[in-house]
Design a protein around this ligand. Structure first.
Ligand SMILES: C[S@@+](CC[C@H](N)C(=O)[O-])C[C@H]1O[C@@H](n2cnc3c(N)ncnc32)[C@H](O)[C@@H]1O
Length: 282
C-alpha cells in the first residue's frame, strides 16, 4: 500500500507530528507498516486522534490495512483547511481541487448565487462559502451517498443540496441567476480507470471517476447547459487536466462561452473558466 492519491495532502500530515503530539500506538504503526503503508506513523496518529474507543481504533486500523482510503477510514478529509465529512461510496476531495476553489473565490462576492454541480461530498461549495462569506449556495449530485455527505457539509454553511442528473434537480428559479457555477465532474477517460491507484479504482464510485471515452462526456453536458443558468457576467469554472484543457475549452466555446485556462503548477491543477459572450444569454 503506497500513500494513496486520494489521501490527505502531505502538508496536512505533519499536523499531528508536531513536537509534543502523543506517540501513535505501536501496534497501529506496525500493522500499517506491515500492510505497506508508506506514512504509517502519520496515519496511525490521525487514526488514533479520530477513534473514540480502543475497539474503534483497532477496527479502523484493520480497515486501512485492507486498503480502504485513509479518509474513508477516518470519516473526514482535510480540504482548504476544513474537515469535510466523507465515507464509503463517496469521492475523496483532492488537494488539486483547492485551486478550483481559489479561482472561484476570486470571482464570487458575498451574496453571490453559487452552484456546485457534481458536488460529491460538497467540499468545493462548502470551502467556497467559507472563503467568500455568505453566499446562496446550491449543490447537486446524482449519487445518493454523495448527497447524504454533502447535506452534512453544505448545511454547515447554510447551503442546499439536490439529488439528480446535472441541472435537473436545481430549482427553476435559479435559471439565469447563477453567478458562479463551479464543477469538478468526472474526467478520467474510461480506458484509464484501470490505471488509477486501487484506493480510487476499488473504493470510489465509477460514476465519480469515469468521464467516458475521452473523459469529457459530463463536461460537455455541463457546458451545453450552462448558458441557461448563468447570470449575465456569471462564470462557469471546470476542473480538468492539462492535456484535456484545450478540449474542455472547446466545449465551452461551442456552448457560447468565452473560455480561458488557469493553471497551478504546484498543485498540478488546471481550471477552465467560461463567461457568456457579450450579448448572449441562454
Ligand atoms: C470527480 S467527483 C468530484 C466530487 C466533488 N466535486 C469534489 O471535487 O470532491 C465527480 C462527482 O460527479 C458526480 N456525477 C457524475 N455524473 C453526474 C451527473 N450526471 N449528474 C450529477 N452528478 C454527477 C459523481 O457522483 C461524483 O460525486
Amino acid at each position: 500500500m503506497s500513500h494513496p492519491a486520494s489521501s490527505l495532502p502531505d502538508s496536512s500530515l505533519p499536523d499531528s507530528s508536531l513536537p509534543g503530539a502523543p506517540l501513535p500506538p505501536a501496534f497501529a504503526v506496525a500493522a500499517l507498516r506491515a500492510a505497506g503503508c508508506v506514512f504509517a506513523e502519520e496515519e496511525a496518529r490521525l487514526i488514533a486522534g479520530t477513534a473514540r474507543t480502543p475497539a474503534e481504533l483497532a477496527a479502523m486500523v484493520e480497515r486501512r490495512t485492507l486498503g480502504l482510503p485513509l479518509e474513508h477510514v477516518l470519516g473526514w478529509a482535510e480540504f482548504c483547511g476544513l474537515r469535510v465529512a466523507v465515507g464509503p461510496g463517496v469521492f475523496v476531495p483532492r488537494r488539486r481541487t483547492e485551486f478550483l476553489v481559489r479561482e472561484a473565490a476570486a470571482l464570487a462576492r458575498p451574496g453571490a448565487v453559487v452552484v456546485d454541480l457534481c458536488c460529491g461530498s460538497g467540499a468545493v461549495g462548502a470551502a467556497l462559502a467559507a472563503a467568500v462569506g455568505p453566499v446562496e449556495l446550491h449543490a447537486a449530485d446524482i449519487e445518493p451517498a454523495a448527497v447524504r455527505y454533502a447535506r452534512r457539509n453544505v448545511a454547515a454553511v447554510g447551503g442546499r443540496v439536490h439529488l439528480g442528473d446535472l441541472y435537473g434537480p436545481l430549482p427553476a428559479a435559479l435559471r439565469g441567476r447563477v453567478d458562479v457555477l463551479v464543477v469538478n465532474a468526472p474526467y478520467v477517460p474510461s480506458g484509464a480507470i484501470g490505471l488509477l491507484p486501487p484506493e480510487a479504482r476499488d473504493h470510489e464510485p465509477r460514476v465519480a471517476l469515469d468521464g467516458g471515452a475521452d473523459g469529457l462526456d459530463v463536461q460537455r453536458r455541463v457546458a451545453d447547459g450552462a448558458p441557461r443558468w448563468l447570470a449575465p457576467g456569471g462564470s462557469l469554472l471546470i476542473e480538468t487536466s492539462g492535456r484535456q484543457a484545450p478540449h474542455t475549452a472547446a466545449a465551452l466555446a461551442r456552448a457560447g462561452l468565452v473560455p480561458r485556462a488557469a493553471v497551478c503548477d504546484d498543485l498540478d491543477a488546471t481550471v477552465v473558466v467560461g463567461t457568456p459572450a457579450a450579448g448572449r444569454t441562454g
